[in-house]
Design a protein around this ligand. Structure first.
Ligand code: DHB
Ligand code: FE
Length: 282
């Protein structure tokens, strides 16, 4: 049977990808951030999952305001790297896992989550930066990836509670897949940041720390945070953190926090990362 063995949550700030691609990750601005990613890379290399589900949002790269799927799953064999205005990032293409992705699509839709299905889709920094942060710069990504997009760009995004329930449905689907696959799931985005308007540059360390604590110990309480609270406490783009609930809903109720890293600033963003292992044996 397939099993979810661990969850990863991480910010997906595009400038982190640029620093890696341009070779500036060891300069004084970036060094402390990248130093903190090393234990995560070591842990993931040792865990050696067979496949990853990466929950992220498209930033008007694959979709525009013409089409706004609330929840979407990518079932392709390969996902090209999106051109976000400066050419595609020089990173390997993302290899999919169509068999597991179609199983997930069927299972989630029959479990009453109305997923959009993407047979073709370029993937942007929301997906590639988390791979960079946790895998470094390999010649090929070490595992296939199933992209799962959540709309957090156009109001109304789904609630944190709905995202958590989607995670629980993903867990049920993985548990019912009849092949011995060890799966990791990523939730991406956040942490506190606001890129526009009068409060541009807003960071809220207290909120972020409480969120990281709650994610490990009492995730259901965190699912009650409203969109307005995210906006007020974590800035207009802080609402990306609803995607962390998808990851958390897919894990055991009790998890072991393996590691966390929190660094300000990364561009205009508080960059956070947390690694959670399921208690049930893999
Ligand atoms: C930025 C963009 C993002 O999508 C994000 O999640 C954080 C920061 C940025 O443009 O700096
Ligand atoms: Fe983002």
């Amino acid at each position: 049977m397939a099993r979810i063995v661990a969850g990863i949550a991480t910010s997906h700030v595009p400038a982190i990808g640029v620093a890696m691609d341009k070779g500036t990750s060891s300069n004084p601005y970036w060094q402390p951030l990248f130093e903190g990613y090393k234990p995560a890379q070591k842990w993931l290399a040792e865990l050696a999952p067979d496949v990853a589900i990466i929950v992220y949002n498209d930033h008007a790269s694959a979709f525009s305001l013409a089409l706004i799927p609330t929840f979407l799953i990518g079932v392709a064999a390969k996902f090209p790297i999106a051109d976000e205005g400066f050419g595609p990032r020089p990173v390997p293409a993302v290899i999919g896992h169509p068999e597991l992705a179609w199983h997930l699509a069927e299972s989630l839709i029959l479990d009453e989550f109305d997923m959009t299905i993407a047979n073709e889709m370029p993937v942007d920094h929301g997906l590639t930066v988390p791979l960079t942060v946790t895998c470094g710069a390999p010649a090929a990504w070490p595992f296939p990836v199933i992209p799962l997009c959540v709309n957090v760009v156009q109001y109304p995004p789904p609630t944190g509670a709905r995202c958590y329930k989607l995670g629980q449905a993903i867990r049920r689907a993985i548990d019912a897949f009849d092949e011995d696959l060890r799966v990791v799931i990523y939730g991406t985005g956040g942490m506190s940041h606001q890129l526009q308007g009068e409060r541009a540059g807003l960071i809220n360390r207290q909120f972020d720390t409480a969120f990281l604590d709650g994610l490990t110990k009492d995730p259901v309480a965190l699912t009650k945070i409203t969109h307005t609270e995210y906006m007020r406490e974590a800035g207009s783009e802080g609402v990306e953190m609803v995607m962390w609930h998808v990851m958390r809903g897919a894990l055991d109720d009790q998890v072991t926090e393996v590691y966390r890293h929190y660094h300000v600033p990364a561009s205009n963003t508080a960059a956070g990362l947390i690694l959670l292992e399921n208690r049930s044996p893999a």
